[in-house]
Design a protein around this ligand. Structure first.
Ligand code: KMH
Ligand code: ZN
Length: 304
């Protein structure tokens, strides 16, 4: 009998795209963010993808002082792999975005594989009442915003990570980002097994149709061969459907309030754990096993 495949669940617990006025369940303070990640890990997430916020107004923050209490609580309460963002928010400079990974040298960090438009402004049609003016401004400004990830930016983050044995969740929002990853892999700066997080359904990136998913998969296979572990992230309403299709085709999955505030149409997720439980139930029904943090460490060759 063939071995049962182990699927890594990542939970991205708060992010920078969604803002506090969009959901009362979005974690904002350090203890809310840490508790959300611990709950997700207890529900089955092997990896927690971490952003921090300024507790004053919920604004995304890459200040290491805002990460420190979150990481401390996480480390003493869970064995989950901690993955720190270098994406921060698309409104920040790359120098700002790198700060927590340089300071904390985690096992895993995100790395965004190309510059792109990042259209958050359509959310202004849905949300009108904001507690803080920065929330409206962030959405409004995204009309004229480039999320900057030049080759030099990517190289600098790779060099910081490689120097600390931090490995990467390579965020690929479009086909060209796979080309960029193949370029850095060919040059030796990005080393396998590459953890490729394909991101679907953000305005500015690839769509969220199953054909888009197939195209990403075929291109990754052609460019990266057996050198990668594939993971799927669908934004908003695409979260669970795309994770399910991807998993059936051999991917790992990412859920979390960073990527979708919802658990069902018109129904906000109350916790990150709820989304982990939903995808876990589906994966187990498909006869997959859920990877433990240590199994994820082994698959991705993390430093532990
Ligand atoms: N917000 C996601 C679509 C990062 O933190 O580096 C991608 C992300 C970026 O997680
Ligand atoms: Zn993120």
């Amino acid at each position: 009998m063939a071995a049962i495949r182990k699927v890594i669940i990542t939970s991205a617990v708060t992010g920078a795209i969604h803002t506090p006025s969009m959901s009362p369940h979005l974690p904002v303070s350090a203890s809310e963010i840490a508790d959300a990640a611990i709950g997700a890990a207890e529900a089955g997430a092997a990896i927690v993808h971490m952003h921090a916020r300024d507790p004053k107004d919920g604004r995304p923050s890459q200040n290491p002082d805002h990460f420190a209490p979150i990481l401390e609580k996480l480390k003493s309460n869970t064995n989950a792999v901690i993955n720190i963002t270098t994406g921060g928010s698309p409104h920040m400079t790359v120098e700002e975005r790198m700060r927590p990974v340089a300071a904390f040298k985690p096992e895993l960090a995100s790395l965004n594989m190309g510059s792109m438009n990042f259209g958050l402004y359509p959310m202004l049609d849905r949300y009108r009442d904001f507690q803080h003016e920065w929330e409206r401004e962030a959405l409004e400004k995204s009309r004229d915003l480039v999320f900057k990830n030049t080759f030099q930016d990517i190289q600098t983050i790779l060099e910081i990570g490689n120097g600390n044995r931090t490995r990467f969740e390579f965020e690929c929002y479009d086909i060209s980002h796979l080309n960029n990853l193949a370029h850095f892999h060919g040059g030796g700066l990005a080393q396998g097994p590459l953890f490729v997080q394909s991101v679907f359904g953000l305005l500015g990136g690839i769509g969220a149709h199953p054909e888009d998913l197939m195209h990403m998969r075929r291109t990754a296979d052609r460019l990266l061969g057996d050198q990668y572990e594939w993971s799927i992230l669908g934004a908003g309403k695409n979260q669970i459907p795309l994770a399910t299709i991807g998993a059936a085709m051999g991917s790992h999955v990412r859920v979390g309030l960073e990527d979708s505030l919802w658990i069902a149409p018109g129904q906000l997720a109350k916790t990150n754990a709820e989304q982990v439980t939903r995808i876990r139930t589906i994966l187990e029904a498909l006869n997959f096993e859920i990877a433990t943090p240590d199994e994820a460490r082994e698959m991705l060759q993390l430093k532990g």
